[in-house]
Ligand binder design. Structure first.
Ligand code: CU
Length: 171
């Protein structure tokens, strides 16, 4: 019967279509797994024991908070450190930051320090001061982090959420 033949071949076609779809799905899944595993290997490799939070662009991105006290009076941490040319005095770290800013910078006078780096690595308070162009060698400087006194403030590694208070005595 011609109709039966037609029906059978239709079933066969359906079978081929389903098999084809399954193969396409399998290829798609394995391609997805390949691409996602290769993008994992492209992530920056940390050479620091600590792991840092990353932003949506995959950059190390943390915000320590910096409070400056000069002769016992609160002083402003300027905006645009590491962005404005007059507040961007050291350029050895520039390749780790986004175009137009050092990896250590400020946007406003809130005291929030932005550490935004293509490479996961420790940055120090000393590096921030060098970028800023603030030389404190002739002053008496006391630094606390989360209330604890720090003996060598220049080597202090910056961490997310850290409360850094710097007391400078100019007299
Ligand atoms: Cu930031």
């Amino acid at each position: 019967m011609p109709q039966e033949k037609f029906g059978k071949s239709n079933k066969k076609i359906k079978g081929f279509v389903i098999a084809g779809a399954l193969i396409a799905l399998a290829v798609g899944v394995s391609l997805f797994m390949l691409t996602s595993s290769s993008s994992v290997s492209k992530l920056p490799i940390s050479n620091s024991p600590s792991s840092y939070p990353h932003d949506s662009m995959g950059m190390m991105h943390i915000h320590p908070h910096f409070t400056l006290i000069i002769d016992e009076k609160p002083a402003v941490v300027p905006a645009q450190i590491g962005i404005d040319q007059s507040l961007w005095n050291m350029h050895t770290l520039d390749s780790y930051g986004m175009t137009g800013m050092a990896p250590l910078h400020t946007h406003d006078i809130s005291g929030s320090i932005h550490v935004e780096s293509y490479k996961d690595q420790d940055y120090t308070l000393g590096q921030l001061l060098l970028i800023w162009g603030l030389s404190l060698d002739n002053y008496n400087v006391k630094v606390t982090v989360d209330g604890n006194y720090v003996s060598d403030y220049k080597d202090l590694a910056l961490k997310d959420g850290q409360q850094i208070v710097m007391n400078i005595t100019t007299k």
